[in-house]
Design a binder for this molecule. Structure first.
Ligand code: NAD
Length: 285
């Protein structure tokens, strides 16, 4: 039976060390690392994510401020807020919760955030730096996945990793980080014929698709390590339930290790956000 990779425990350890760092930062510079979280609209999942992010940030000794804007907020008004936060010396990290309401241009909003304060790591400058292997603010979810993989497997060099999904926020940066760790990387996506055949060659399988429990036993090589990024809400037996992109029960008997949902990648993502804020704060001081 596969080992369950405990994202709750790992994220708590990471947050403890970040909180110590945040306290040192405050002693050195006389202010707390500052995180601004911007939420536009009423998306229920986004509201939960934002609440969790600000709660963890505050617990870790950051000065965390939430900006809640109505759905009908204009691009100009959002840009004005970002400009204000860009020039506020007490704000070291800016996170605009995605997705934005449809009338707003996400790409333009991401580009408006100062790269030095882009704690999500989505600004083209940070994306470019990551892809050429320079120091950058690294997207939180793939960063959290890498920590879990390194804790589970140690050195990843030479391993074959298959990433399912090619989004800008998970799949692509995940592939870049795995390459940096000297893995052989394959990306499969919605246009890949027979993706499960490629996935079955993987020592490391990362699922970032958004389809509930799509990855069954036929996708997994015996002894593989499986990271489930998916967060999907389904109805089962008349109850709402959170499941990943991996069918945990089907994969558990085959894999070496698997992340659960909830309690896997999700908490690591938040811990890496707090860590990025501290890195950004130190770089700015
Ligand atoms: P996305 O919709 O932007 O991308 C999904 C990707 O899956 C696409 O690249 C697409 O090509 C690929 N895909 C779709 N169908 C496929 C198929 N049948 N076979 C192979 N590939 C297929 O999604 P995203 O933003 O990358 O998020 C993916 C999942 O991860 C979602 O469930 C999301 O909620 C979750 N997520 C979780 C965290 C976290 O902190 N745990 C963070 C971000 C996203």
């Amino acid at each position: 039976m596969a080992t369950r990779i405990d994202g709750k425990k790992l994220s708590a350890e990471l947050l403890t060390s970040v909180a110590q760092n945040a306290a040192e930062f405050q002693r050195e510079f006389g202010l707390r690392p500052g995180l601004a979280v911007v939420l536009v609209g009423e998306d229920p999942a986004s509201q939960v994510y934002v609440r969790n992010k600000t709660a963890r940030a505050t617990e870790s000794g950051l000065n965390s401020t939430e900006y809640r804007l109505p759905t009908e907020t204009t691009q100009a008004a959002l840009n004005d807020l970002i400009e204000e936060l860009n020039s506020d010396p007490e704000v070291h990290g800016i996170l605009v919760q995605l997705p934005l309401p449809e009338h707003l241009d996400e790409e333009q909003v991401i580009a408006a955030i100062s790269p030095a304060k882009d704690v999500d790591g989505f600004h083209p400058e940070n994306v470019g730096a990551l892809s050429v292997g320079k120091d950058a603010l690294v997207p939180c979810t793939p960063q959290g996945c890498m920590i879990m993989l390194q804790q589970t497997l140690g050195n990843l060099s030479g391993k074959h990793a298959v990433v399912v999904g090619r989004s800008n926020i998970v799949g692509k940066p995940m592939a870049s980080l795995l390459l940096q760790a000297n893995c052989t990387v394959t990306i499969v996506h919605s246009r890949t014929p027979e993706p499960e055949k490629l996935a079955r060659q993987a020592d490391i399988l990362v699922a970032a698709v958004g389809i509930p429990e799509m990855i069954g036993s036929e996708w997994v090589k015996p002894g593989a390590t499986v990271i489930d990024v998916g967060i999907n809400v389904i109805e089962r037996d008349g109850k709402r339930k959170l499941v990943g992109d991996v069918d945990y029960a089907a994969v558990e008997p085959i894999a070496h290790a698997v992340t659960p949902v909830p309690g896997g990648v999700g908490p690591m993502t938040i811990a890496c956000l707090i860590k990025n804020t501290l890195l950004a704060a130190r770089a700015q001081q």
